[in-house]
Design a protein. Structure first.
Length: 182
């Protein structure tokens, strides 16, 4: 909202939210903004960092990730830049093994670059990957690249896909279920 106002972009949060999950510059383009990307991104990142304190971690999420981490790798794929994502993960004490951002690959979601990066780096097959998300872009990303998808009902979007969980702790059972059939 701050960035939209400062640069007279006329993008409401509801309009912006439609494209959550895509890299920020892609969201700008989807909203017809094709100029001043560097200035806009710089302001957006600066305001974002100042507002980290308002980010809430879902109840039992850290506990759930710690349980999963004992048996599986936790790789976070995000559309945030590497610097912001690392700061958030450290501040909120989120356990993970690796972080893949648009800074690591040529193109972020919805392109396959992130999946190819993970497959090459860790020598895993699509059948070894479970992607958890809360947006339609997450579901389309997983479906497009034939990886298992779990919809997180506590997030932003409306439920989509065959597998969904109501609470973070439900991920443990669902991931175990999906990966035992490999």
């Amino acid at each position: 909202e701050n960035t939209s106002k400062k640069y007279s972009l006329n993008i409401s949060f509801n309009t912006y939210k439609k494209y959550l999950g895509l890299p920020f510059v892609e969201i700008l383009k989807k909203n017809g903004i094709y100029e001043n990307h560097k200035k806009i991104v710089k302001n957006f990142n600066s305001i974002s960092v100042k507002n980290f304190k308002v980010i809430k971690v879902y109840k039992k999420m850290i506990n759930t990730l710690n349980i999963l981490k004992k048996k599986y790798m936790i790789i976070i794929i995000t559309s945030k830049n590497k610097s912001r994502a690392k700061k958030i993960l450290k501040l909120k004490k989120i356990p993970y093994d690796d972080l893949v951002t648009p800074d690591d690959v040529f193109r972020g979601k919805p392109y396959k670059d992130s999946i190819l990066y993970i497959k090459k780096k860790y020598l895993v097959k699509n059948t070894d990957i479970v992607y958890v998300g809360d947006l339609i872009v997450d579901y389309k990303f997983a479906k497009k690249f034939k990886i298992k998808f779990i919809f997180a009902k506590w997030g932003y979007g409306k439920q989509i896909g065959k597998f969904a969980v109501n609470y973070p702790i439900g991920l443990v059972r669902m991931v175990n279920h999906l990966l035992k059939y490999n």
